[in-house]
Design a binder for this molecule. Sequence first.
Ligand code: FES
Length: 141
Amino acid sequence: MTNRHRLTSVETVEDEGAWLFTVRDAHDTNQEVMLVPCEETGVTAWVNNCTHEDQRLYRDEIGVVTRDGGIVCPKHGSIFDSCSGGCENGPAADTTLLSVDVTVDDGSVYLTDDAVDFLWKGGDSSDDDDSGPSSTSHLTF
Ligand code: FES
């Protein structure tokens, strides 16, 4: 059976610029995931971690910084395409953010990724230190 959990609305993601939630992955580890607006699909979902180093992209105090339709890494400035997750610049060039499956239906965003379970809205409270390394960075979906 497909996991289908309503997360929020497309309008909320567009208004707020991003929307953070936490899932438990197949390795029983918590992962932060961010929804960001995408003109092509309405919304996309990416694991909240840069592909270059262990760095959160969505930070509690500022949210996600975007430029030219891309997500800017706050550490070294690589920009990831909000729709494809791909990066073509800076130290994270030629990498792609880890994606999580979501579906937009009638203005609502649903988590539809069978590899993860929704835990809560917002970041992982057990790992909310923005300055230090994350214990979840090496896991894949
Ligand atoms: S940590 Fe993101 S570009 Fe270096």
